[in-house]
Write a protein of this length. Structure first.
Length: 124
């Protein structure tokens, strides 16, 4: 991921557990999270993505899935993954999602609630 982010000044941190990830999210709320998914940790990864969706503010979660897990893509998306990357060719697309997420957070002083209410078709 670092290679495709290029000039973006970002901090990439690797952790080994969901607990460590949640601790970092407490320090840097709303960060983008990438989870490695393999055949052996599919159930654990699914649970982790579900758990990360309950963190406030929510984090964009990308699943970095091993080859052969194409059938698990709908399950991972249902858990809350914004993107499931099944090959290295998708790195640029994943980086685009990351950049858009960061720009949206940087360009907005509104809370999620305020943005939703502003987009409602009726007067508040």
């Amino acid at each position: 991921m670092r290679c495709v982010l290029g000039e973006w000044d970002v901090i990439v941190v690797g952790v080994r557990s969901v607990g460590d990830c949640l601790a970092l999210l407490a320090q840097w709320p709303g960060s983008v999270v990438a989870i490695e998914v393999s055949q052996s940790n599919l159930e654990e990864a699914f649970a982790a993505i579900c758990r990360l969706q309950r963190v406030r503010p929510p984090s964009a979660v990308m699943a970095l899935a091993a080859r052969g897990l194409e059938a698990a893509e709908p399950l991972l998306r249902e858990a809350g993954a914004v993107h499931v990357m099944l090959s290295r060719q998708e790195l640029k697309f994943a980086a685009t999602i990351f950049k858009h997420d960061c720009q949206a957070k940087l360009n907005s002083d509104e809370s999620i609630r305020e943005r939703v209410w502003r987009r409602m078709p009726w007067e508040t």
